[in-house]
Design a protein around this ligand. Structure first.
Ligand code: ZN
Length: 313
């Protein structure tokens, strides 16, 4: 199946990563470009069958599987402009940042430089702010702020269709991945709920099926993250303190996650780090260096004396 029409001007190219294709008076606008040359070829094939050029690409966030097709598309349509959220543009221009940040900023070793973590670089012509509206060929594209899965992620609302990026996932995708990737726990929950409240006729997640009612998928995602967060706090509150890597191992066993290579494991660790950050900000747990090891442990509340007055410590 090459594409599904949600309305006369708005199509979805369904796949491992969904892509959108919107007709405007200036030409077609692609919303995300998939992983690589192959996904770009799908957009080119549909554009040619519609007899319209590609006028623009809008990237929702800077993960390799959402902008990896940019380069090949721009080779075919060099006039097309590339739009990206202001806080995501840097990684699209300099994709090595992605394996670098997963490896704590250090030089990524070779196996981290696979196409799922390192896309081909692309220019970005227009950086847009969350909440702004882009008008391309007379059509308005609303940039809906949906941070959490990526710090600067935006959904795109056009022709009554919300391309929701990775603000939520289809239920079967959630079950397959166990705990979907994210970088900010609180914002992930807020954005999933915000995506549900957007006034639209259709919702298209980055991964999963287009739907007229995303409620079930979104509640499933929130419940999964809330359960995982509680588990992290419980485990990290152990008496002796534990390392982030130990919490990650615990979560892999608890949720039957089977990351098969270092890159996949580092994605889980980032998500676990996001839960840990939220728990530290909530004052549920603390972090400190003990005997040369960075550990997290339960926050010890200030001692209370027998009169009930807090002692100064
Ligand atoms: Zn993503």
């Amino acid at each position: 199946m090459d594409f599904v029409s949600l309305n006369p001007d708005t199509k979805v190219l369904p796949g491992a990563v969904n892509m959108g294709l919107v007709s405007t008076s200036e030409g077609l606008v692609a919303i995300d470009t998939g992983l690589d040359k192959q996904s770009a070829k799908r957009i080119i094939r549909v554009s040619e069958s519609l007899g319209k050029p590609l006028a623009a690409v809008i990237n929702t966030h800077a993960h390799a599987d959402h902008f990896g097709g940019n380069r090949a598309l721009l080779a075919r349509y060099p006039q097309a402009r590339v739009f990206a959220p202001v806080d995501e543009a840097a990684v699209i221009r300099q994709p090595m940042f992605e394996p670098q940040y997963l490896w704590q900023g250090a030089l990524p070793f070779s196996s981290l430089k696979n196409k799922f973590l390192l896309a081909e670089a692309s220019r970005v012509d227009v950086e847009f702010k969350p909440g702004s509206t882009l008008t391309i060929g007379g059509t308005d594209f609303g940039a809906i702020p949906l941070p959490g899965h990526a710090h600067g992620q935006c959904g795109i609302l056009v022709n009554d269709v919300l391309f929701a990026a990775d603000s939520y996932f289809g239920a079967s995708i959630i079950d397959k991945h166990g705990i979907p990737y994210m970088v900010d726990y609180r914002e992930t929950l807020q954005s999933a709920k915000a995506a549900k409240l957007v006034s639209a006729a259709w919702w298209v997640p980055g991964h999963g099926n287009a739907t007229e009612d995303p409620q079930t998928d979104i509640l499933h995602l929130c419940a999964r993250h809330e359960g995982a967060f509680e588990e992290v706090v419980r485990y990290a509150s152990g008496e002796k303190g534990v390392t982030l890597d130990e919490v990650t191992g615990w979560m892999c066993r608890k949720f039957n996650l089977t990351p098969s290579n270092p890159g996949a494991w580092l994605l889980v660790r980032t998500t676990v780090a996001a839960y840990v950050s939220a728990a530290i900000e909530d004052h549920d747990i603390e972090t400190g260096v003990i005997d040369g090891v960075l550990k997290v442990y339960a926050t010890i509340s200030a001692p209370v004396d027998s009169t009930g007055t807090d002692k100064q410590v």
